[in-house]
Ligand binder design. Structure first.
Ligand code: SAH
Length: 222
């Protein structure tokens, strides 16, 4: 997602108390950021934030960090956070950064779960390493996730989804569950919170794919 450049985005974001300005300074100290020991979950490529804000509202015992590369997009999430529906939430923070640097911002064992929703497909083969479910990214996630930490990924793009299932295997991770039609899979759809893209694409009639993958455990090299 890329929105028109919004001149006030940088200023609004850097002045907002829920935005962590120098996230690398918090590496290893995220529990202090929230002031409690609750587990921390992150969404990479949060977009306009509906999923994460609703997750935070429904799960006050879990802390959430939304990661988004573009300030113009993050601004939308901040504006939503500032509405009456969400502005009392204490368990959510936002970071504007490229996920490639995720392990410079979170320390080993600091993250409990990573959500990836409707990640950019990068369809050209030569850009495969940029996909957020590539082996290269899974290795970065291993550096921040707790031992049995998971990645939950939703997309309507079946090519990207199949690529991701293969990458999970190649990276030595465990596929816990998956479906090619989330909205008709009673068990996996339980408590599902729709993202902005999920609503848009499912309205068009596209089925939604979802997988849950468990991090490779140390000492399980093939
Ligand atoms: N999760 C939202 C938005 C999906 S669009 C939804 O489901 O509605 C994908 C989003 O990921 C875009 O906002 C894009 O800017 C962001 N993104 C893509 N690559 C990223 C990266 N490497 N680091 C951080 N954000 C990224």
């Amino acid at each position: 997602m890329r929105l028109r450049n919004i001149p006030r985005a940088e200023g609004t974001i850097s002045a907002h108390p829920a935005v962590i300005k120098r996230p690398e300074d918090q590496r290893g100290c995220w529990k202090q950021v929230f002031g409690n020991k609750h587990p921390i979950r992150i969404e990479i490529g949060m977009g306009k934030g509906r999923f994460l804000l609703n997750m935070a509202k429904q799960n006050p015992g879990i802390n959430f960090v939304g990661v988004e590369r573009y300030s113009s997009v993050l601004l939308r999430a901040i504006e939503k956070y500032d509405t009456e529906e969400f502005n009392e939430l204490k368990n959510i923070r936002f970071v504007c950064m490229d996920a490639r640097k995720i392990d410079e911002v979170f320390a080993p064992d600091e993250v409990d779960r990573i959500y990836l929703n409707f990640s950019d497909p990068w369809p050209k083969a030569r850009h495969a390493k940029r996909r957020l479910t590539s082996v290269e990214f899974l290795e970065r996630y291993e550096n921040v996730l707790v031992p049995y930490g998971t990645v939950e990924f939703k997309t309507d793009n079946t090519e990207l989804f199949n690529f991701s299932l293969e990458q999970v295997k190649e990276a030595g991770w465990t596929l816990q569950s998956f479906t090619y039609d989330l909205h008709h899979n009673e068990e996996m759809n339980k408590g599902n919170i729709m993202t902005e893209y999920e609503e848009k694409f499912s309205k068009k009639g596209n089925p939604i794919n979802k997988m849950i993958a468990v991090r490779k455990q140390e000492g399980t090299e093939l």
